[in-house]
Write a protein that binds this ligand. Sequence first.
Ligand code: RAM
Length: 341
Amino acid sequence: MRIKKSFFVFLVVFLTAVSLVFAAGQKEKEAKKGKIRIAMVVKNLGNAFFEACHDGGKESVKELGGFELIFQGPSTPTAEGQIEIIDSLIAQKVDGIAISANDKDALVPICKKAMERGIKVISFDSAIAPEGRILHLAPSSDEYIGRSLVELLAKMIDYKGEIAILSASSTATNQNAWIKWMKKELEKPEYKNMKLVAIVYGDDLSDKSYREAMGLFKSYPNLRGIISPTTVGIAATAKALEDAGLAGKIALTGLGLPSEMKQYIKDGTCEKMELWNPIDLGYSATYITYKLVTGEFKGEPGEVMHVGRMGDIKIGKDGIAVMGKPYVFDKTNIDKFAAIY
Ligand code: RAM
């Protein structure tokens, strides 16, 4: 009886202690949750595409319970600007960084340093080389984007004539990967009468992109089409085409933000273009970074991450997680999408 009684007392004390420790742990977790700080570092500020990514990031903050999201980017899309920002984020001891990189390799050392300090680093949109991040979140397959943009343009110009590419910055990982696939697609026999005559870089700055477009019109009087795989570049090129009276004479496609391209799609300056949803991209990038910080995701190849409203996203080879296919926009659906992003 005595033994039973003291055992009972022991059990009560033990269970109380366990629940106290558990409660303290929970409290600590909750407190940590409130303190988690994640930075979204974009190629540059003032780009509506990244503002939409930021909106998506804010959605994930609301959903996951109030961690802090810091949004930063240099004024022009350079690796140097991003290195400075990451240096300061390391000093501020943030918990996670999701970056759209201006250069695949130049950012590796600083991102390595961040990871050595325990910061979870991922790239999204525009990748860092595998040594500089845990994983890369790609909005769509590079091959699909590159090949499909050439197909879209070819149909607009009957598979004939000189074409050019007006890109973002010359070191942008994502645009360079897409251009590589465009060139591969152009090797197919059906494009034998199409010739890529120039690749120019507008650095994702509207005025520079506009000037580069005007330069193309001048240097290549027989130009039949332009692919601009950047939301800033395609909008600037559309404006330049209209100002130069060349809309309809030179075809235009690429990756455009519906809200910025609506008028040009409607008046036929750009018949068709593609893009994914940048809000979903920013939501997913922030969501994944947060779950890496809390330890719920490991970030290893083969892992299937359940990314809230986006569903399952699998981490593939080289730590690259690919989301889905882009949408194609034309006169029939541009109003609907322009209202969203
Ligand atoms: C610009 C940026 C971004 C790219 C889009 C399509 O806004 O270069 O990185 O994904 O275009």
